[in-house]
Design a protein around this ligand. Structure first.
Ligand code: PEP
Ligand code: MG
Length: 594
């Protein structure tokens, strides 16, 4: 038996077996404080200076290795270097060593907490944000002095990175030839860390609670990116099983990748479009390599995060044009900003909301900040002449909101026309269906847009009344709950009645148990993470449409999600026993209330 098995959220599939190496361990709780005798004060100050110097050298070498396309990360590292070289932080810490006779780590911590008071007292979101930079820089210097952490760049082969969190600067340092996988305590399904793992193609788990309590440096660990498990010091039998699973996973991946460019067509001739969800444009290569027929959801808000200033219209336009032209003639659906809730940008300060998921989020946030919205709309419109571009608004809850969003788009179009800037006046405009009110009036909304995209991640959260990030209620997060199934069907039917396309871009689209049911509903298109595309395409190609319709008919008349899950599992398991070993399903929970 393994010493311990802890669970987390799988964000990048695969199996890795290796040695745990901790990075970015939170030093603050471990910081020693001791008195430095008078005759050693100068030596202590030199130790501090030396740590600043070494940290600077390391950061420079990391910055120089950042590939050109990750310009944003380079800018963050540059601003950290500036912070490090600003004499004030080190100067203040030296004063504390001199006056308080304390060790350098503690003196630096005291200097940082004084700065925190000053920064956080400002009534300016930009200045508040700068404090995070100071904190990260100080963490690095302290890590150096304590010598507790490995630097990511110095990690030997077959390492599995364990961290409380990984910053963008950390993730660009990951060398996939030496690092097999990672697990972090923080992070959710859509965290930056997960995105980078998928881009790098290594297994990863986030949200692993108590990682630091159960895993020690040097422990042998298995990262099971299929079931979301960290197996600590497995016994021989477990090791043998995981080795076997890893080999089978690799063989399976090779097999499905070879055929991923084939269309997603059922064996009786029905086509479903399979597009990709991306968060960063660096993922484009992965989309094409995994057989994505286009981009069905570009979560544009990610390029607003991890930075201290808002992107300009020029910066966005350049980025969007790149994306549209690289993908052309394939489609790219830009989702307008889904900021708010867990995706906060410093310019607008921390919103003081009791229920952020139901607060000023997505389209509501954009309508509240028209300048921010307009900058993005202009950039999307300007890119629309460079490829097959469409756009959609997230979280629309009613007609009035939709009309207001469309009015903003119209204004941006008129401005561009006045300025003689070209844009495609026929660019398709759609909405995401993510709240129950939009489901109820889908037939009204359908008359005013060009397409629907169903966002089941949120639709399930709002329909079943459960916070999608709260592990206490995750057992209720059931994609095949009768209410969810009926909602999706109602939306698909409403769209088809007026002849518009309907897509589905939540995690449900990469779930092998759910996709046949969606096909039975005649969904036109699914959009999922690039990595999951080959497997889902393979399932579609082995399926017959009449089977999907029969399955849908059988499940839609059931009363409980427990019954539905069992029926679906039985039917799909029978058909794809091999495939299902290699998928992480949303249906895995043993508790199936309903
Ligand atoms: C969704 O809600 O299903 C969706 C695709 O949007 P996001 O996950 O970005 O909220
Ligand atoms: Mg959503």
């Amino acid at each position: 038996m393994a010493d311990k098995i802890i669970t987390g959220i799988p964000v990048s599939s695969g199996i890795a077996i290796g040695k745990a190496v901790f990075v970015n361990r939170s030093h603050r709780s471990l910081l020693p404080r001791h008195t430095v005798p008078g005759h050693l004060l100068e030596a202590e100050k030199s130790r501090l200076e030396n740590a600043f110097l070494m940290t600077g050298q390391e950061m420079e070498s990391v910055r120089d290795k950042v590939p050109g396309e990750l310009e944003q990360h380079r800018l963050i590292l540059d601003s950290h270097l500036m912070m490090l070289r600003d004499p004030k932080l080190m100067g203040r810490a030296k004063e504390h060593i001199e006056i308080l006779h304390v060790n350098a780590e503690w003196a630096l911590e005291k200097a940082v907490s004084e700065l925190a008071q000053a920064f956080l007292g400002f009534d300016d979101a930009y200045l508040k944000e700068r404090f995070q930079d100071v904190r990260q820089v100080a963490d690095r210097v302290q890590g150096h002095m304590l010598g507790t952490d490995q630097e990511i760049s110095a990690i030997g082969g077959r390492a599995i990175i364990m961290a409380h969190d990984l910053t963008p600067a950390d993730t660009v340092e990951l060398d996939v030839s030496r690092i097999l996988a990672f697990a972090t305590t923080r992070g959710g399904k859509t965290s930056h860390t997960g995105i980078m793992a998928r881009t790098l193609g290594i297994p990863a788990l986030v949200g692993v609670q108590e990682l630091e309590n159960f895993v020690a440096d040097g422990d042998m660990v298995v990262i099971d990116g299929l079931k979301g498990r960290v197996v600590v010091n497995p016994d021989e039998e477990e090791l043998f099983e995981y080795n076997d699973l890893a080999t089978r996973f690799e063989t399976y991946q090779k097999k499905i990748i070879r055929r991923c460019l084939l269309p997603a067509e059922t064996s009786d001739g029905f086509r479903v479009k399979v597009l990709a969800n991306i968060e960063l444009i660096e993922e484009v290569t992965s989309v094409i390599d995994h057989g994505g027929e286009g981009i069905g959801l570009y979560r544009t808000e990610y390029s607003y995060l991890n930075r201290t200033t808002l992107p300009t219209e020029e910066e966005l336009t350049e980025k969007y044009i790149d994306l549209a032209s690289i993908m052309s003639p394939r489609k790219v659906v830009f989702r307008s900003l889904d900021l708010g809730s867990d995706k906060i940008i410093s310019e607008f300060g921390q919103l003081d909301e009791a229920n952020p998921a139901m607060g000023l989020r997505a389209i509501r946030f954009c309508l509240r900040h028209p300048e921010l919205f307009k900058t993005q709309l202009r950039a999307i419109l300007r890119a629309s002449v460079y490829g097959n571009v469409a756009m959609m608004f997230p979280m629309i809850s009613g007609l009035r909101e939709l009309r207001r969003a469309k009015a903003r788009l119209k204004e941006a179009q008129l401005d561009l026309a006045r300025e003689g800037v070209p844009y495609n006046p026929d660019m398709p405009v759609g909405i995401m269906i993510e709240v129950p009110s939009a489901v109820m009036i889908a037939e009204l909304l359908a008359r005013e847009v060009d397409f629907f995209s169903i966002g089941t991640n949120d639709l399930i959260q709002y329909s079943l009344g459960i916070d999608r990030t709260n592990p206490n209620v995750s057992y209720l997060y059931q994609p095949l709950h009768p209410a969810v199934l009926r909602s999706i069907k109602q939306v698909v039917d409403a769209a088809h009645q007026v002849g518009i396309e309907v897509s589905l871009c939540g995690e449900v689209a990469s779930d092998p148990f759910c996709v046949p049911i969606l096909m039975g509903m005649q969904i036109d298109c699914i959009s999922l993470s690039p990595q999951a595309i080959p497997g889902i395409k393979r399932i579609i190609r082995q399926t017959r449409m009449d089977e999907c319709r029969n399955l849908l008919r059988d499940v839609i008349s059931q009363q409980t999600v427990g019954k539905i899950n069992r029926m679906v599992k039985d039917s799909i398991f029978k058909k794809y026993p091999e495939e299902l070993t290699f998928f992480a399903s949303l249906l895995d929970s043993e508790e199936l209330p309903g």
